[in-house]
Write a protein that binds this ligand. Sequence first.
Ligand SMILES: [Zn+2]
Ligand SMILES: [Zn+2]
Length: 112
Amino acid sequence: MRCYYHRDLESIGTCKNCTKGICPKCALECDSGLACSNECERRIKLIDSAVDRSINMGILPSLFWVLVGICFLAGFMFAWLLEEFDWTYLTFIIFGVLYVLAIHWRYIQRQG
Ligand SMILES: [Zn+2]
Ligand SMILES: [Zn+2]
């Protein structure tokens, strides 16, 4: 593959934004890949920061609370079906919350 801008030069990779072949002369280093121009570098950084933001504050906490909510809802439904509040119900809630916490903890560990 040849560089998109220098037809006589061999490319060392592709732009992460527009996937054009780029040579060492054109390549701009980004945290997550190569860019062919300042415009592409800017866009890659924008996408990267958006992804980082959604991982840090969006996806993880919402998934966590959705799971907690499911556990509580399932617990309440169980209690409603039994038409009583007893130890079965409490055990269900406790194990549900512990299960969600375990998943949450493993996720945090993986993020390092
Ligand atoms: Zn080039
Ligand atoms: Zn590009």
